[in-house]
Ligand binder design. Structure first.
Ligand code: GLN
Length: 206
């Protein structure tokens, strides 16, 4: 088993769910609340939850600048939903004082798919996940989810809303740039491990 440790930003949100996925994959993990928790990590997961609450706690814990530095230094990061909002370069429809870590060249619109009652699930094709043959689609849960409204030149699209979803069809909901990846949906809450496996294999390199 690998000795590499993955951090999970543990200020608020789906911390336990990500920990459960990493347990299933046999990867050691640690909660990140304070700057010192970043030491020696091989990667970091930023969970879903509520991005403005996480922003406030990040500032309160003086974690914002050390985290931005670590990301700039190449710490691999995977953000789901609120985590996607935190990692983006630019965020629309958020509070003016919300933290943007600027790890990925995208513009994200917060709560873009509507309110909590507009939450939905759908199947996504993610060709980059298929290793050695056809794999079933990813069953994805969107909970007050953001979408990606602008994708920078060096950003690779991983997932779009399928045609069957109606008016939001084609919307970008998963991207990767260098050592950062983000998804609007929550693989950690639907028993899906392939996004985490992709992150560990392609971005962290374990
Ligand atoms: N709407 C939330 C936010 O603004 C994100 C939703 C989620 O993470 N499930 O942070």
């Amino acid at each position: 088993m690998t000795q590499e440790t993955i951090g999970i930003l543990a200020l608020q949100g789906n911390v336990a769910e990500h920990g459960y996925v990493l347990d299933q994959l046999g990867v050691p993990h640690r909660k990140v609340r304070l700057p010192r928790d970043l030491e020696g990590l091989s990667g970091l997961i930023l969970p879903g939850g509520e991005s403005t609450t996480m922003s406030k706690l990040m500032v309160f814990n003086e974690l914002e600048d050390p985290l931005r530095e670590a990301l700039r230094g190449g710490l691999p990061a995977y953000g789901t939903c609120a985590g996607m909002i935190l990692l983006a370069d630019e965020v629309l429809d958020t509070r003016p004082d919300a933290v943007s870590l600027g790890a990925i060249d995208i513009t994200v619109r917060r709560n873009a798919f509507g309110r909590q009652v507009d939450s939905f699930e759908t199947d996504l094709d993610i060709p980059q996940l298929a290793i050695g043959g056809d794999q079933p689609p990813v069953h994805a849960a969107f909970i007050r989810a953001p979408w990606v409204e602008r994708v920078g030149d060096d950003v690779e699209v991983l997932a779009r809303v399928p045609e069957s979803a109606g008016e939001t069809a084609g919307t970008v909901v998963g991207v990767r740039q260098g050592s950062a990846m983000v998804t609007s949906f929550h693989p950690e809450s639907t028993g899906e491990t392939r996004l985490h496996e992709f992150f560990l294999r392609e971005l962290v390199g374990i």
